[in-house]
Design a binder for this molecule. Structure first.
Ligand code: MLT
Ligand code: ZN
Length: 475
């Protein structure tokens, strides 16, 4: 991967402060691949301390033809910050844009720079009796800017939506170095194109998001979850409906947990088995409210049992149990449970219309059994919003070779299944490099062409994150 010339790096140094440029091993540390798949290459990391520094960096890169790959907390799973192989580029880290600019409970907003962590936003909201809803496992490292750029989701989406639904305005540096301040706090605004949405989920291909106005929601001091063993996947949607009947508006998490992963969680992390009903799946349901939720949970479980959907259930009785249930959920990824072989596997971030979840799992499981019989195939995650992470991977050394031979056919089968059910390959992790060459058939060609037009209009020199997100960018 070509790095910019020393003269260019010196020029950036002259524009910024001493701490802004990292090279050598300090820079390499910023490029660790959370999935452990891609090797690390030499890189120049630029970390401006404010928006003026970002604008100066972008203007200098534009003049020198150096590409810019914006980076948040480096927790992304789609290689959205991988550097281009064919032209000099810098990694533009927002890590020093780490100030919460204002907390405004009366407006129900927080304005924060792009490098602030999701957890810090959650804590700031909670300190004024409000809640910032987006939440996922990497909350302590993932940033506002990264979450916006991938339109990240997590375990609260069933009630509060993805990042897109929780961002009211953004500030971004454009390809010519100008700063667009679109940080409005308006609940209603029908004054034309809502341009922030181009940058949310834009994976840094149109500009660098430097700051955002984030939406707050009422605090939910009462949060209790139940882990229920279900009869089968066809129970999921009737159960979600029962949940909405017995706990209207209170369900804030509705996650699928495969039984076999609970054994593995005990083996690897020592997490106790909360339930052992012998069914293939459990569902982890969280109720969150300003009022106690115990009666609502009891009503929901009773109805679920009576309707034959639930065979057994536990309810978190203490704050510790509640927290452990969600650690269990966060750690169900093969990155924790099958560390040795996970980098060889396929990890899906698919979503399908919610009434197709069971069908989707069935189809992928059947294709996996047929194409890659020696591989482990399991699904978990955010079924309440239609987003399920299916994982297909070898779990022993002997299984590696047949798996690698079967992997391309499995990828093709996945794409065929997802598109056949009118789903998406990317629900919350972004497209990045990982899915760019597979995502094409998901949308009408006209839609990609509209995206290419927008990209060309805002970034005519293809300065920002070249080679990501958009299939066939040159078409
Ligand atoms: C999750 O929901 O745990 C992640 O989005 C999926 C993953 O880590 O693979
Ligand atoms: Zn997820």
């Amino acid at each position: 991967m070509p790095v910019p010339t020393d003269a260019f790096v010196d020029h950036l140094r002259s524009l910024l402060d001493d701490r802004a440029i990292l090279t050598g091993t300090d820079a390499l540390d910023r490029t660790a691949d959370p999935r452990g798949v891609l090797s690390r290459e030499p890189v120049v990391v630029v970390r401006p301390a404010d928006v003026v520094g970002v604008a100066a960096t972008v203007a200098a890169c534009a003049e020198a033809g150096v590409a810019i790959v914006p980076q948040g907390g480096n927790t992304g799973l789609s290689y959205g910050t991988h550097l281009p192989a064919d032209r000099p580029a810098i990694l533009l880290s927002v890590s020093r844009l780490n100030r919460i600019e204002s907390v405004d409970p009366d407006r129900w907003t927080i304005t924060a720079q792009a490098g602030v962590s999701i957890q810090a936003i959650q804590e700031a909201a909670s300190s004024v009796g409000r809640k910032f809803a987006p939440d996922w496992g990497a909350r302590g490292t993932a940033t506002v800017g990264g979450g916006i750029s991938t339109d990240a989701g997590g375990t609260n989406v069933v009630r509060y939506g993805n990042m897109r639904d929780n961002v009211m305005g953004i500030e971004a540096v454009l390809a010519d170095g100008r700063v667009w301040d679109g940080r409005r706090s308006l609940r209603k605004d029908s004054s034309g194109y809502d341009l922030k949405h181009l940058f949310i989920g834009g994976e840094g291909t149109l500009g660098v998001v430097t700051s955002a106005v984030l939406k707050l929601v009422p605090a939910t001091p009462y949060e209790t979850s139940t882990l229920a063993a279900i009869t089968g996947l066809d129970d999921l949607m009737p159960l979600l409906e029962l949940g909405e009947q017995h706990a209207p508006g209170a369900i804030s998490g509705f996650e699928l947990i495969p039984d076999m992963a609970m054994d593995r969680l005990t083996e690897v992390l020592g997490i106790p088995r909360f339930i052992d009903a012998g069914t293939e799946y459990c569902v982890l349901v969280r109720l969150a409210s300003s009022e106690p939720v115990d009666d609502m949970i009891a009503g929901f479980l009773k109805a679920g049992v009576e309707a034959g959907h639930i065979v057994d259930a536990v309810v978190a009785g203490t704050a510790d149990q509640e927290a452990t249930l969600w650690v269990m959920r966060d750690e169900i990824t093969p990155m924790t449970l099958w560390t040795e072989h996970q980098h060889l596997g396929l990890k899906l971030d698919t979503a399908v219309p919610i009434d197709q979840i069971a069908e989707f799992v069935r189809q992928i499981s059947a294709r996996s059994a047929e194409i890659a019989p020696g591989a482990l195939c399991y699904g978990f995650g955010h079924v309440g919003d239609g987003n399920i992470h299916m994982m297909i991977l070898p779990t022993s050394d002997e299984a590696i070779e047949p798996w690698l031979a079967a992997k391309p056919a499995m990828e093709a089968a996945i794409d065929e299944t997802v598109f056949g059910l009118h789903g998406t390959l990317s629900a919350e992790h972004g497209v990045g490099l990982l899915l760019r060459d597979r995502i094409g058939p998901q949308k009408q060609e006209l839609e990609w062409e509209m995206m290419r037009c927008i990209k060309r209009a805002l970034d005519p020199e293809n300065l920002f994150n070249p080679g990501k997100l958009i299939p066939d960018p040159e078409v």
